[in-house]
Design a protein around this ligand. Sequence first.
Ligand code: PHE
Length: 346
Amino acid sequence: MIAREEIAQIVQEFETDLAQAGSAEALEKIRIKYLGRKSRLSRMFAKIPSLPPREKGVLGKELNVTKQKIAAKLEEKSQQNAQAEEGMDLTFPGEKISHGGRHLLSRVLEDICTTFENLGFSVKEGAEIDDEWHNFSALNIPLEHPSRDVFDTFYLNLPAQGKGKLLLRSHTSPSQIHFMEEASPPFAIVSPGRVYRPDQVDATHSFMFHQVEGFAVSEHIRFSDLKGVLLRFAKTYFGPGVELRFRPHFFPFTEPSAEVDISCFSCAARDSDEKCSICKGSRWIEILGCGMIHPHVLSACKIDPQRYRGFAFGMGVERIAMLRYRIPDIRLFYENDVRFLEQFRS
Ligand code: PHE
């Protein structure tokens, strides 16, 4: 057979085989059959040296071109197969990439802090591991005082250091002490973070939760400043229609002290007689504790109580988030169930 005809025949056979090759293995077989050492093309290459010089160059060139064409077609087919295997359709819309977002609690915590930053407060975080001095004594909660029970906490099994036993702070108020030990007035600070209490876990209690502490000290601060700041916060955060109610209360570290309620936004929004599930029909919802910083606390931080006064407040972040987003159970925050969390993705 004339070499050219033989080549044409090989190429034709190759095309037929190739069209039927559906898998990578089938393609490999075809590659061996047409380009392998024992292929017809290889045998034809082997004959070249015995040809007359004129034909050598022509056939050599033709064989090389054929070989390259076959290799290129094999490659193309192998790519098509790979795409078909993955079911790839380049016109198909892309898969949605699900990316994470901030946890609702982080967002609420930041929103609260931002509201106070806009009123001139700076943000300073405190440490979660603290000592008895900062969590209790400096806050005017003496060792034998019953109010220590209210702020009871977890103790660390480590040797006591200079300022009493080590513990997990049970409120963010120790941040007041840490800051005031170092700073001189005037200042206005908010301090967010985690706190711990040995509480039985239920729909409204957890052994760990978050608070935002706020405090400001200067020569001229009065209770009315505290009221103004908290009213501005409540209106910004819960809506302009919200009102505040200050109820006398006791905290060892403030005098006078108050608990603050906001008017129930849920009642305001509806006019049915049915008992409101948020305020339980009382029309007010407690959101925080506050007061004028006790002179003993200022003295403990070496700030002269004759010259300076301050106010302080502390609020629970989970509680605020539950109110604002109508979340019925505190445990939902910590279970990491994406079906819950993604409803609040920002
Ligand atoms: N530390 C108090 C609590 O955890 C809240 C509070 C802070 C009250 C500052 C008054 C002033 O309940």
